[in-house]
Design a protein around this ligand. Sequence first.
Ligand SMILES: *Cc1c(COP(=O)(O)O)cnc(C)c1O
Length: 229
Amino acid sequence: MSTIETNLQVVRTRIAAAACSAGRKPGDITLLAVSKTFAAGEVRAAYAAGQREFGENYVQEAVEKIAALAALPLIWHFIGPIQSNKTRAIAEHFDWVHSVAREKIALRLAEARPPELGPLDVCLQVNVSGETSRSGVAADAVPPLAEAVRSLPRLRLRGLMAIPEPSDDIESQRRRFRGLRLLLEQLNAAGFGLDTLSMGMSQDLEAAVMEGATIVRVGTAIFGERAKA
Ligand SMILES: *Cc1c(COP(=O)(O)O)cnc(C)c1O
C-alpha cells in the first residue's frame, strides 16, 4: 500500500470514530483532501485510493493541476484567500469555493461563472476566534453577507467555513467549532436552508466532527508535511 493510501485509511478511521462517538453517520462527513503544494502525481495516488474531492489554496498552482488531471472525475474546492484578480480563474475551474468573505468577491465570482458549468457552490468564511491574522467575515456580519450572496445568480450558498486558531485543547477546539454551528443554525432558522459546515483539519478534525462538520479539510495527515514556503 502507498503511504497516501495508508494515511487516507487512518484519516477515514478517525472521522468514523469521531462520528460514531457523536452519534453521527460517517457517511455524512465528506473528506476533502487538501493537496496544495503537492504534485498531480500525489493527487493521482489519492484518487487511486478512492479519494474524489480535493482542496487547493493557490490559483495558479491549482489551475495547472486541474488541467493535468482533467481526465479524472474529481471535484475541486478552492479554500484559500481570494484576490479579486483571481476570481475569474476560480469561477472557471472550481466546483466549490469555501473562502468567500466579501460581497464584492461574491459578485465577481457570480459574473465570471460560466453558465454551462452550473452554479458554483459557496461557503462564507467566518472569523470565529477573533483571530486577526486570518481572513473571514466577523460573526455579526454573516447574516447580511449571506443575504447578499443568496441573491446572486450562478452561485449556490451552501454554508459556512472557519479556520480557528490551533489549540491543543479539545474543549477549546470544540467551542470554536460550536460557534460556527450555532451561526449556521441561526441562518437556517431564518430560512436559508444551508447544509454545509466546512471545519476541521489534520489536528482538530475530531472536535469538528463532534460539533457537526459536514466537510473536513485535511492536508498534512494525508500527504505529509508541506515544504515551508
Ligand atoms: C492548508 C489548509 C488545510 C489543511 O491543513 P492541514 O493542517 O495540513 O490538514 C485546511 N484548510 C485550509 C483553509 C488550509 O489552508
